[in-house]
Design a protein around this ligand. Structure first.
Ligand SMILES: [Zn+2]
Length: 181
């Protein structure tokens, strides 16, 4: 997979990841205020009448004007980012598992009023999830390895991309609240 381009909002806050095509669209439609970081792609175009081949350099980070792709507020919860937040570790037994053996567990079960939100969900292996079932923690004598939290925008974008480039990482790290990368 090609590395993605990090898009910031006009106010300089992290917004979303763009694939190469989306980034090029932003640039050619004049929706980029400025860019920074080193170049992550060079796209070649046609040859002009002086015999020179045109090209477009796509930066690692660009600042968009106008419409943001993300709604402000809480980042969307998905199993992929949830498991990444918990580093693929079951929050009950503390062991690491492959994605196929992990599940989303609601600390306060939904059947008992618990919400499907970042602060009420943890990564759990199948065995622990099965054991916990629809119990509250003190009913089944289970404990959490770590307290679930809502990632901020910097952390969320870090968690949702496997292949982050150097300048993008430097930028995102400045906003980490809950962990060090
Ligand atoms: Zn477990």
């Amino acid at each position: 997979m090609q590395p993605m381009v990090l898009k910031l909002s006009a106010s300089g806050l992290p917004d979303c990841w763009l694939n190469l095509q989306e980034a090029v669209t932003e640039m050619t439609a004049d929706r980029v205020l400025y860019s920074f970081g080193s170049i992550c792609h060079r796209l070649y175009g046609g040859i002009n009448r002086h015999g020179e081949r045109s090209f477009l350099d796509v930066p690692q980070i660009l600042v968009g004007r106008g419409v943001r792709c993300s709604k402000s507020g809480v980042p969307a919860l998905s199993n992929r980012t949830l498991f990444a937040r918990d580093r693929h570790i079951c929050m009950y037994c503390g062991q690491r598992f492959p994605t196929s053996q992990l599940s989303r567990d609601h600390v306060i079960p939904t059947s008992r009023g618990g919400k499907d939100e970042w602060t009420n969900v943890v990564t759990a292996c199948r065995r622990c999830n099965h054991h916990k079932a629809a119990h509250l923690l003190d009913e089944c004598g289970m404990e959490l390895v770590a307290v679930p939290y809502t990632p901020n925008r910097h952390e969320y974008l870090y968690l949702s991309n496997h292949r982050i480039l150097h300048d993008q990482m430097n930028y995102l790290q400045q906003g980490f609240r809950h962990f060090r990368a």
